[in-house]
Design a protein around this ligand. Structure first.
Ligand code: HPA
Length: 196
């Protein structure tokens, strides 16, 4: 099952709506969820157009997708020690190496948006332990993990923030960088689907 786009919290949907597709996927028997997103890089080693394998996340959304009566798909207090499956990460690393695709690893911070970050916010998120920041993914991953679905995620670094000289970020440049990096990401995902 593939989704074309997603629902974002900043669009006005609540967390139950944002994560509804994952509930449907669970009911259809999906065992693995592959997610992708665009994000702002804060790790000084990163370059625009990099693909970042998400190794972990920080949930910085103001509302939790599991708030309320517990769904019987998982426990009330779900474990999150391996939100992103280490075997799938290993597989992606191997594929990237075979295909000579530059890949970086990092922690993704999910925020509500829709504003891009101020320079101070980028610096703060980096100090808090994140390598990239974006406005999606974390709610869907939480619901998938609560339902026992294994998760793999790639973040396209579409802009950089928090460095010495603050630069303007626009939706157009984010889209352009995402389009540039997409063929490599698709190649990795396609190969992973084949092998898993
Ligand atoms: N911040 C938040 N979300 C984003 C960014 C960013 O810099 N780039 C793409 N999505």
């Amino acid at each position: 099952m593939a989704m074309e786009g997603r629902f974002h919290f900043y669009e006005g949907y609540d967390m139950k709506q944002v994560t509804f597709p994952i509930r449907v996927m669970y009911e259809l028997g999906i065992e693995r969820l592959f997610v992708s997103n665009a994000s702002g890089g804060m790790n000084p080693e990163f370059k625009i157009g990099d693909l970042m394998i998400i190794t972990d996340h920080i949930n910085f959304f103001p509302e939790h997708p599991l708030r309320g009566k517990n769904f019987p798909t998982g426990p009330r207090f779900p474990d999150m020690h391996e939100a992103y499956d280490h075997k799938l990460i290993q597989m992606a690393d191997e594929i990237a190496k075979e295909k000579n695709i530059r890949i970086v690893h990092g922690v993704y911070m999910g925020v509500q948006g829709p504003t891009f970050e101020t320079p101070a916010e980028y610096r703060m998120y980096h100090k808090m332990g994140a390598d990239a920041v974006g406005m999606s993914t974390v709610p869907e991953v939480i619901v998938a993990r609560h339902s026992g679905i294994k998760v793999f995620g790639i973040s396209v670094i579409t802009d950089l923030g928090g460095f010495d000289v603050p630069v303007e970020v626009s939706h157009e440049e984010v889209q352009e960088a995402a389009n540039m990096a997409q063929p490599h990401m698709t190649e990795i995902m396609r190969e992973m689907i084949k092998r898993s």
